[in-house]
Design a protein around this ligand. Structure first.
Ligand SMILES: Cc1cc2nc3c(=O)[nH]c(=O)nc-3n(C[C@H](O)[C@H](O)[C@H](O)COP(=O)(O)OP(=O)(O)OC[C@H]3O[C@@H](n4cnc5c(N)ncnc54)[C@H](O)[C@@H]3O)c2cc1C
Ligand code: FES
Length: 258
């Protein structure tokens, strides 16, 4: 669905920003792990839309957590209340839920927290116990957000520079016992994090769903710009925008993923 949505609030959040966007039709049907595709600017290099996970849904308002990494995200972070936004969504396939009473692990790298935050809200509502592991570069990356997650999940943090939580990666944080007793795991982050996590979960016999961070163009399965290698006979591809971005990790061909 293509919408002319309206920015309601922009909150600076460390090196990131949290946008609240009035988009009732998208909010009504968005599920955790799905994304929206936003036109980020008026000039030619940015006419391609940029994909952003849904961070939250409150009534008719979508939350979008964004890290400034280039011209498009900078443009988005500079929006002001009342500004219009051209948004397509909700797009893609999200995470499959868990059963009430189960304990699950959510593993996020950097902005990978965005879809997992929405997922944690929904799982908590469904009576699922969440253990959230979140790794980032530094305490300043996301302002106060890391301190606000305690109500949502049993939250454990890691920073590469040791300024918040444990020093090291989110996988260091998981260690040997982080997945003990969990029925399933959910992750979003760079493939350097997802690959070893896939191996860890496979060895532990824990089903893992991952959201992959592919670069996207059309966002709807038409351009084949976001092909992800999958285990198939013969080896094939799926489109992250249409068939994902969430996949059961056993379906992906990790040997062919950079
Ligand atoms: C399904 C999906 C959900 C996403 N959700 C979020 C989110 O919730 N919050 C968030 O901050 N970012 C998210 N991203 C990444 C976000 O789309 C990119 O950061 C954004 O497109 C960069 O645009 P830009 O014009 O600012 O930067 P560009 O100038 O286009 O690129 C700047 C840098 O960002 C990297 N980059 C560009 N596109 C992507 C991409 N698709 N995935 C990963 N890295 C990219 C480039 O390699 C480069 O290093 C998501 C990406 C995908 C595919
Ligand atoms: S971005 Fe065009 S097919 Fe996925």
């Amino acid at each position: 669905m293509r919408l002319r949505a309206v920015v309601e609030e922009v909150r600076g959040c460390g090196d990131a920003a949290l946008l609240r966007v009035g988009a009732p039709e998208i909010a009504a049907s968005a599920a955790p792990g799905q994304f929206v595709h936003i036109i980020c600017g008026e000039d030619s290099p940015r006419v391609l839309r940029r994909p952003y996970s849904v961070f939250s849904v409150e009534g008719g308002t979508l939350g979008i957590l964004l890290k400034v990494t280039g011209a498009g995200s900078r443009w988005l972070a500079c929006r002001r209340p009342g500004d219009p936004l051209d948004i397509l969504g909700p797009l893609g396939r999200g995470y499959a839920s868990a059963a009430a009473g189960e304990e699950v692990a959510l593993v996020a790298g950097g902005t990978g927290i965005a879809p997992l935050h929405f997922l944690a809200v929904e799982l908590r509502r469904e009576g699922v116990g969440c253990r959230l592991f979140w790794g980032m570069e530094s305490a300043s990356d996301f302002g106060h957000l890391p301190h606000r997650l305690g109500d949502l999940a049993d939250t454990r943090l890691a920073t590469m520079d040791g300024t918040l939580g444990a020093a090291g990666t989110v996988l260091d944080l998981l260690g040997d016992s982080g997945l003990d007793g969990v029925a399933r795991a959910y992750a979003c982050g760079p493939s350097a994090m997802l690959k070893p996590l896939h191996r860890l979960c496979e060895e532990a016999g824990i089903p893992l769903q991952v959201s992959v961070e592919e670069r996207m163009a059309c966002g709807v399965g038409a351009c084949q710009g976001c092909a992800v290698p999958v285990v198939d006979d013969p080896p094939g591809y799926r489109m992250a925008c249409r068939d994902g971005p969430v996949f059961p990790s056993v379906e992906l061909d990790w040997e062919r993923i950079e």
